[in-house]
Design a protein around this ligand. Structure first.
Ligand code: AMP
Length: 139
Protein backbone atom coordinates (compact mmCIF):
# COMPACT_ATOMS: atom_id res chain seq x y z
CA UNK A 1 0.00 0.00 0.00
CA UNK A 2 1.44 3.33 -1.09
CA UNK A 3 1.86 5.95 1.64
CA UNK A 4 -0.66 8.74 1.78
CA UNK A 5 2.04 11.04 0.40
CA UNK A 6 2.70 8.70 -2.54
CA UNK A 7 -1.04 8.89 -3.24
CA UNK A 8 -0.71 12.70 -3.31
CA UNK A 9 2.25 12.39 -5.71
CA UNK A 10 0.15 10.11 -7.93
CA UNK A 11 -2.74 12.59 -7.87
CA UNK A 12 -5.02 9.99 -6.26
CA UNK A 13 -5.83 12.20 -3.29
CA UNK A 14 -5.95 16.00 -3.35
CA UNK A 15 -3.44 18.35 -1.80
CA UNK A 16 -2.65 22.05 -1.94
CA UNK A 17 0.56 21.68 -3.93
CA UNK A 18 2.80 24.73 -3.73
CA UNK A 19 5.88 23.44 -5.58
CA UNK A 20 6.82 20.47 -7.75
CA UNK A 21 9.89 19.40 -9.69
CA UNK A 22 11.18 16.11 -11.04
CA UNK A 23 12.08 14.56 -7.70
CA UNK A 24 10.37 16.60 -4.97
CA UNK A 25 6.95 17.95 -4.04
CA UNK A 26 5.75 20.49 -1.48
CA UNK A 27 2.18 20.90 -0.25
CA UNK A 28 0.30 22.40 2.69
CA UNK A 29 -0.10 20.27 5.80
CA UNK A 30 -3.75 19.32 6.20
CA UNK A 31 -3.58 19.93 9.98
CA UNK A 32 -1.40 23.04 10.12
CA UNK A 33 0.48 24.02 13.27
CA UNK A 34 0.59 27.55 11.87
CA UNK A 35 -0.67 29.28 8.73
CA UNK A 36 1.59 28.18 5.87
CA UNK A 37 2.72 24.90 7.49
CA UNK A 38 4.21 23.11 4.49
CA UNK A 39 5.57 19.60 3.93
CA UNK A 40 8.42 18.88 1.52
CA UNK A 41 8.89 15.31 0.31
CA UNK A 42 10.90 13.25 -2.14
CA UNK A 43 8.42 11.91 -4.71
CA UNK A 44 9.86 8.44 -4.33
CA UNK A 45 8.83 6.80 -1.08
CA UNK A 46 11.63 6.41 1.50
CA UNK A 47 10.84 5.91 5.16
CA UNK A 48 13.79 7.55 6.87
CA UNK A 49 16.24 10.29 6.05
CA UNK A 50 19.13 7.86 5.68
CA UNK A 51 17.14 5.78 3.18
CA UNK A 52 17.13 8.72 0.73
CA UNK A 53 19.88 8.47 -1.92
CA UNK A 54 22.41 11.31 -1.77
CA UNK A 55 21.31 12.90 -5.06
CA UNK A 56 17.65 13.00 -3.99
CA UNK A 57 18.68 14.29 -0.54
CA UNK A 58 20.44 17.16 -2.30
CA UNK A 59 17.29 17.84 -4.32
CA UNK A 60 15.24 17.78 -1.12
CA UNK A 61 17.53 20.35 0.49
CA UNK A 62 17.41 22.51 -2.62
CA UNK A 63 13.60 22.51 -2.46
CA UNK A 64 13.69 23.40 1.24
CA UNK A 65 16.15 26.19 0.48
CA UNK A 66 13.73 27.53 -2.11
CA UNK A 67 10.53 27.03 -0.12
CA UNK A 68 11.49 28.36 3.32
CA UNK A 69 11.72 32.04 2.29
CA UNK A 70 8.65 31.70 0.06
CA UNK A 71 6.55 30.21 2.88
CA UNK A 72 7.75 32.78 5.41
CA UNK A 73 7.02 35.66 3.05
CA UNK A 74 3.60 34.29 2.06
CA UNK A 75 2.31 34.39 5.63
CA UNK A 76 4.48 37.29 6.84
CA UNK A 77 6.26 35.04 9.37
CA UNK A 78 9.17 36.20 11.51
CA UNK A 79 10.98 32.86 11.33
CA UNK A 80 10.35 29.18 10.78
CA UNK A 81 11.03 25.85 12.44
CA UNK A 82 12.19 23.32 9.86
CA UNK A 83 12.32 19.72 11.05
CA UNK A 84 11.98 16.03 10.25
CA UNK A 85 10.41 13.50 12.59
CA UNK A 86 12.83 10.72 11.65
CA UNK A 87 11.35 7.40 12.81
CA UNK A 88 8.34 6.34 14.82
CA UNK A 89 9.98 6.89 18.21
CA UNK A 90 10.58 10.50 17.16
CA UNK A 91 6.91 10.99 16.33
CA UNK A 92 6.95 10.17 12.60
CA UNK A 93 3.44 9.10 11.68
CA UNK A 94 3.67 8.99 7.89
CA UNK A 95 6.45 6.56 6.83
CA UNK A 96 7.47 8.69 3.84
CA UNK A 97 10.27 11.19 4.52
CA UNK A 98 8.93 14.72 4.90
CA UNK A 99 10.30 17.99 6.17
CA UNK A 100 7.96 20.26 8.07
CA UNK A 101 8.27 24.00 7.44
CA UNK A 102 6.37 25.60 10.31
CA UNK A 103 6.16 29.39 10.10
CA UNK A 104 6.88 31.09 13.40
CA UNK A 105 5.76 34.43 14.72
CA UNK A 106 7.16 36.52 17.54
CA UNK A 107 5.17 35.67 20.64
CA UNK A 108 3.37 32.71 19.05
CA UNK A 109 3.72 30.72 22.27
CA UNK A 110 5.64 27.89 20.62
CA UNK A 111 9.02 26.60 21.74
CA UNK A 112 12.42 26.00 20.18
CA UNK A 113 13.44 22.61 18.82
CA UNK A 114 14.95 21.92 22.27
CA UNK A 115 11.39 21.53 23.57
CA UNK A 116 11.21 18.06 21.97
CA UNK A 117 13.33 16.52 24.74
CA UNK A 118 11.69 14.74 27.65
CA UNK A 119 14.23 14.22 30.40
CA UNK A 120 17.60 15.67 29.37
CA UNK A 121 20.66 13.55 30.22
CA UNK A 122 23.33 14.65 32.69
CA UNK A 123 26.48 13.86 30.72
CA UNK A 124 30.06 14.36 31.94
CA UNK A 125 32.88 15.46 29.63
CA UNK A 126 34.09 11.84 29.40
CA UNK A 127 30.64 10.70 28.25
CA UNK A 128 30.51 13.43 25.61
CA UNK A 129 34.02 12.52 24.40
CA UNK A 130 33.03 8.83 24.13
CA UNK A 131 29.82 9.63 22.22
CA UNK A 132 31.67 11.94 19.84
CA UNK A 133 34.22 9.16 19.21
CA UNK A 134 31.46 6.60 18.56
CA UNK A 135 29.83 8.86 15.98
CA UNK A 136 33.13 9.84 14.38
CA UNK A 137 34.03 6.16 13.99
CA UNK A 138 30.84 5.54 11.97
CA UNK A 139 30.90 8.35 9.41
P1 AMP B 1 4.70 13.32 10.99
O1 AMP B 1 4.13 13.19 12.38
O2 AMP B 1 6.02 14.01 10.97
O3 AMP B 1 4.71 11.99 10.27
O4 AMP B 1 3.74 14.31 10.23
C1 AMP B 1 2.78 13.91 9.32
C2 AMP B 1 2.07 15.16 8.88
O5 AMP B 1 1.33 14.85 7.72
C3 AMP B 1 1.09 15.71 9.91
O6 AMP B 1 1.46 17.06 10.23
C4 AMP B 1 -0.26 15.64 9.21
O7 AMP B 1 -1.10 16.72 9.51
C5 AMP B 1 0.14 15.62 7.75
N1 AMP B 1 -0.78 14.96 6.83
C6 AMP B 1 -1.34 13.75 6.97
N2 AMP B 1 -2.13 13.47 5.91
C7 AMP B 1 -2.05 14.54 5.08
C8 AMP B 1 -2.63 14.88 3.82
N3 AMP B 1 -3.47 14.04 3.20
N4 AMP B 1 -2.33 16.07 3.28
C9 AMP B 1 -1.50 16.92 3.89
N5 AMP B 1 -0.90 16.67 5.08
C10 AMP B 1 -1.18 15.50 5.67
Amino acid sequence: MASIFSQIVAGDIPARVVYEDETTLAFLDVNPLAPGHTLVIPKEEYERLNDVPADVAADLYATLHRLVPAVEAAVDADASTVAFNNGEAAGQEVPHVHAHIVPRFTGDGGGPIHAIAGETPDLEDDDLDAIADEIDARV
